[in-house]
Design a protein around this ligand. Structure first.
Ligand SMILES: Cc1ncc(COP(=O)(O)O)c(C=O)c1O
Length: 385
């Protein structure tokens, strides 16, 4: 089976995990801290707060920003549920901005239009752009709009470890308040389950740390109760969760990050083959803007279905039958029953919906043989009329 993506595990990864299993700490300890330090150095952010998934980290970020009941949060429809759930779980109302036809990311034009026509009281507190497949959204432009319309920005960079925007690493938070990454096995590096939030804001960092530890702080200088009660004393100051990363995951992450450069260059070189092989007018690959470097978590291809012998569904099934485990990232979120029940309807975000009817994620990961890439391209071309 050739999946669309998978983890790359070597002997050093295995040894580093085994070492932890033989050590004193299994849950959060010194290796988690080391991993956070390594990661924040890599993206050049002041703080990195790890979590047991990107879904958890997104929730922590919304809590830290202060998203609450009655707030409005906007994201895109072609994303994973977690990009919206994080805000809904804080009591906020979600709305969507349609994507750009070529980059498949949030369309800044649509965003600007929506901001202009929205009454002041209904403007979003937070916008969550998603860097689809590893390509950064137009962060610089969104940042400029955030100053005018006074919203915060949480980048969902689950796909984008190592991606760049105008030479700046995604996660530096130069044009956002908080950025979140995922370490799920299909992503660029893995910790099995895991995620991380980066920020340059000390207050957000502290809040995320507290919320991931059941709302508890052990920082003496932050205690509300100033009586010196004893060395056992800690304080629960908020309602929180156990969203902590464990030592086993952090050790795997530390070992994986050493090969990050190799992962990125391999993914990029495989993507190049797809670009050479799959051409218009039959295929359209995600347009990567000149000022972006993509991690290529996904190679996204659209079919000009009028030029194919088969429907989208049949193409999908034929690929799977040949053991190419392609996938759709993503079915438009607002068309799920959960959102339909909340008043969203079909044809509301037409570009995302069209995207969901003709786009596939093709296999790309370190360890994938080039001959498999040629094989899948040949198969795809054989479906042309
Ligand atoms: C865009 C996006 N956001 C959030 C997540 C959630 O990541 P995790 O599985 O680490 O919770 C994913 C995972 O697939 C994702 O693709």
């Amino acid at each position: 089976m050739t999946p669309y993506s998978r983890q790359n595990i070597n002997r050093e990864d295995i040894n580093s995990v085994v070492k932890i299993l033989k050590s004193d700490f299994l849950t959060q300890g010194p290796i988690v801290e080391k991993f956070e330090k390594r990661f924040k150095k890599f993206v050049k952010a002041k703080f990195a707060i790890s979590a047991n998934s990107a879904s958890s980290a997104l929730h922590l970020a919304c809590l830290a920003i202060g998203v609450k009941k009655g707030d409005i949060v906007w994201t895109v429809p072609n994303t994973f549920a977690a990009s919206a759930n994080c805000a809904i779980n804080c009591g906020a109302k979600i709305d969507f901005i349609d994507i750009d036809e070529l980059t498949f990311n949030l369309s800044v034009k649509n965003l600007e239009k929506k901001l202009k026509k929205t009454k002041k009281k209904n403007l979003p507190k937070l916008i969550i752009p998603v860097h689809l497949g590893g390509q950064a959204t137009e962060q610089k432009k969104i940042w400029e709009l955030s100053k005018k319309y006074k919203f915060k920005i949480l980048e969902d960079a689950s796909h984008s470890i190592g991606s760049k925007h105008f030479g700046e690493k995604v996660g530096s938070c130069k044009w956002s308040d908080i950025t979140v990454f995922s370490f799920h096995p299909v992503k660029i590096i893995t910790t099995a389950e895991g995620g991380i939030a980066t920020t340059n804001n000390l207050d957000y960092a502290k809040k995320m740390e507290m919320f991931r530890t059941n709302g508890i702080t052990k920082e003496k200088k932050d205690f509300i109760n100033k009586d010196n009660l004893g060395p056992w004393y800690y304080e629960q100051q908020n309602l929180g969760f156990n969203y902590r990363m464990n030592e086993i995951s952090a050790a795997l992450g530390l070992s994986q990050i050493k090969r990050l450069n190799f992962f990125l260059t391999t993914r990029n070189s495989l993507a190049k083959i797809y670009r050479r092989e799959l051409k218009e007018p039959f295929f359209r690959l995600q347009k990567i803007l000149k000022h972006n470097y993509s991690s290529y978590h996904l190679v996204l291809v659209q079919f000009n279905l009028s030029k194919f012998r088969y429907s989208y569904k049949t193409i999908f099934e034929k690929l799977r039958k040949k053991n190419f485990y392609v996938n759709l990232h993503y079915m438009p979120l607002h068309t799920n029953p959960f959102f339909i029940k909340r008043g969203f309807r079909k044809n509301q975000f037409p570009i995302s919906e069209k995207y969901g009817k003709c786009t596939l994620s093709l296999p790309v990961y370190p360890g994938l043989q080039k001959k498999k890439v040629f094989e899948v391209c040949k198969l795809l071309k054989s479906f042309i009329k």
